[in-house]
Design a protein around this ligand. Structure first.
Ligand SMILES: Cc1cc2nc3c(=O)[nH]c(=O)nc-3n(C[C@H](O)[C@H](O)[C@H](O)COP(=O)(O)O)c2cc1C
Length: 221
């Protein structure tokens, strides 16, 4: 027998075969461990890096600004779907979810929106609007807060997807509500909380927090 050839006993071969069975699991464990390490790295709030929003959701909160100038390219359906998914992930009192959303892409309707809402001229350029409505019968006392949380989620996820967004106030302005309900054929017993105008941003705004320590009270006012 030369020095390179050797043989295993039958028992040894059986043992190795048994171990080989579990090899795919070792690979999976290894991959999972790597995934955990990478995820932990992403979640570490000390690692905020300017301009790299994908790394840290905190960046989206600071980067979200009201954008009122837009390019003409349309927002992809996948992104619209993600914004709606985010909207409906919002918290709501008793998990009542009183919201309804109207997705508006039609140029004529967006132009009309710009005409009837006193502070929505950017809708002449926006390629999308999401009208946030509520069924007050589902949440009489909290629909405003619930739909505000949903609106904010749309703004944040829009930002994270590279879109520009701006919140257009509707509730509690009765005259705006009437015009908007008419334009979008919203049933009489429904409310309109807000509209989010969306598009690819044609203006840049600085990330910021506006943190003011004077507004923070510790333990009591
Ligand atoms: C309830 C509410 C109503 C708003 N309504 C309008 C509006 O009608 N038109 C508009 O251009 N911006 C509107 N905004 C956006 C604010 O003007 C904007 O958030 C504020 O100036 C701060 O700027 P930023 O969003 O860039 O941080 C509204 C915001 C909120 C929360």
């Amino acid at each position: 027998m030369d020095q390179w050839s050797f043989t295993y006993s039958n028992e040894r071969v059986a043992f190795i075969n048994e171990q080989m069975k579990f090899q795919p699991f070792y690979v999976l464990y290894g991959l999972n461990w790597l995934r955990q390490v990478l995820l932990k790295k992403q979640r570490n709030p000390t690692q905020i890096r300017e301009g790299n929003m994908a790394d840290n959701p905190l960046e989206w909160i600071f980067a979200r600004r009201s954008i009122r100038k837009f390019h003409s390219n349309p927002v992809e359906d996948e992104k619209i779907d993600l914004m709606l998914q985010a909207a409906m992930a919002a918290p709501s009192a008793n998990n009542a979810k009183p919201w309804h959303f109207i997705v508006v892409k039609d140029r004529q309707t967006l132009n009309r929106l710009a005409e009837i809402h006193p502070y929505a001229k950017m809708c002449y350029e926006a390629t999308l609007a999401i009208v946030v409505c509520a069924d007050p019968a589902i949440s009489k006392n909290y629909w405003q807060q619930d739909c505000s949380a949903a609106t904010q989620n749309v703004l944040l996820v829009g930002t994270s997807l590279g879109l520009g967004t701006v919140w257009l106030g509707v509730h509690p302005r009765l005259e705006r509500r009437a015009l908007i309900k008419k334009l979008f054929s919203v049933p009489d017993d429904m409310e309109v909380l807000s509209i989010v105008a969306v598009g690819y941003p044609a203006e840049k705004k600085q990330s910021r927090t506006q943190f003011d320590s004077g507004r923070v009270h510790h333990e009591a006012w």
